[in-house]
Ligand binder design. Sequence first.
Ligand code: C2E
Ligand code: CA
Ligand code: CA
Length: 564
Amino acid sequence: MDASAHKAGNIIIADDDPSILLLLRHILSEENYDVTEARSGMEAIELCREFTYDLAIFDLVMPDVDGISACKEITLQVSNPPPVLIITSLDDDASVSSAFDAGAIDYITKPINWSVFKQRVKRIVESEQNRQKVKRLEFHDSLTGLPNRTLLLDRLESATLRAQRNQSMLALLMVDIDNLKLINETLGHSNGDKVIMSVANRLGKTIRDTDTLSRSGGDEFILIIENIQQLEDVGLMAAKFSRTIEHSLTIMDQDLHIKASIGISMYPQDGTDIGSLLSHSDAALYRAKEQGGNIYEFYSPDLGRQARRRLELESNLRHALENDELVVYYQPKINLTTGIAEGMEALVRWNHPEKGIIPPDDFIPVAEETGLIIPLGKQVIEKACAQFKQWQVDNIPVTNISINVSGRQFKEQNLVSLLQDVLNKHQLDATHIELELTESTLLKNEQQAESILNELHNMGLQISIDDFGTGYASLSYLKRLPIDILKIDKSFTDGILHDPDDIAIVNAIYGLAKGLGLKLVAEGIETSEQLEKIKQLGVDYGQGYLWSPPRPAEQYLELLESLS
Ligand code: C2E
Ligand code: CA
Ligand code: CA
């Protein structure tokens, strides 16, 4: 028989005298205890923080931290402290009472009477082990060993406080095994218990260390998931839990198909106190059951729809990228001095087989979050450059093309090599390609941004700041970074006729641009009055519905043909 599997208990001993340590270890090992040695009070405190012991035996006199201080520190600071036994040669009243004051359970005097010592150790260890067992029973479910409802409520309370402090989201998932009642009735409760244990095991393997899985009794499990970044992550997790639970289990020659329903409430959207979170996840669970089970439901139908829509959108978008459903539209950029369209801005659209044309604002954010922006951005660059080449072949006077690049794409996509490849393929000159970036993209990781930007600029690419004026107060980056063009945001164009603030801002941007030798483009010009005012303010280029909305490339060819 393997002796180590049946240790009588876990004891930590601390003494600065190696011979005492040796002796203690010898005696205690003989009694079948698992012994950990610490050479100092400090080391003992560290060990007690990290591990749990049934008993700590400290020498009163140690050089760095003495036994009394170590005892005090452990009883006050350690979450599950062992009882402490102090060894002392000074059996004067003062040291004995200070040992008790520090929280020690008992003291023993040197020279040690070993048979008394052994008895005392045995008694303390046994009573500590009983105490721990009671504590476990009090807070844990006896069947699965998971935290019970009492412990869950306690954890939920702290979790909501943390969420409030960190301003983060938290999800409370109530998981209920759909057909347990039937299993209990037909196969007996002991088989029902097997099902519960199997579900507990599977769920336990799926969650992260920071999540709490508890069993509230019956067929109900409750999960706390903290630090949620996006709502759809909760949907993903709920779907994952259903998949893990949904399995067959063979009991008494019968293949049982286990399924579960899940009700979800969210902090803070569905409630900020534990009472409302619990009752709302329960209500959501009830709704999931009503629909026939094996489904997850959010308490708030809006949140559920949102989470599902995002998930659906992501998988549809992935599909769209594979099926070449993305198309690029173009909007001309007009030279306001000559009135001639010089450049084209490439603006992506999703040509959905059923829903038709979907605008980029509906899918670019999800593409950013999921990383799909990388393949998406690549497709836009390839399509736009191929189109640009085609215009040149068709003798259509488009002198440059601008492409929008979003934050994650700028940082994670190797734009330099991608663009080099595409430009090579079509024999295009980099100086005719403009990249549109926002201020937030450039300022999020400035150092990395600066080196990427310099590389792109050295290739000959033009760099343009999109939505200029809406983002940052600090403009010093304009001097430091290789920027060629500022695009004045549409919101300023909107107010240019009546809002003195907007006029002042455009004026200021004009001064800045001229001072730094940058070109200016005004976005979103819709009326000739706006155009006049914009021209008056000295802006070089304009874009907007006044000339044309973004259109498919073929339409420009038709337009030209109809004119000739
Ligand atoms: P943006 O780059 O600021 O593009 C200008 C948006 O304003 C375009 O919307 C355009 O259709 C619209 N617009 C232009 N002139 C007018 C006007 O006179 N009046 C009004 N009301 N609107 C006007 P769109 O095409 O829906 O694009 C929205 C945003 O999506 C773009 O804003 C850009 O940030 C992003 N986006 C578009 N294509 C791409 C792309 O290929 N990659 C990336 N990363 N983002 C893109
Ligand atoms: Ca743009
Ligand atoms: Ca813009």
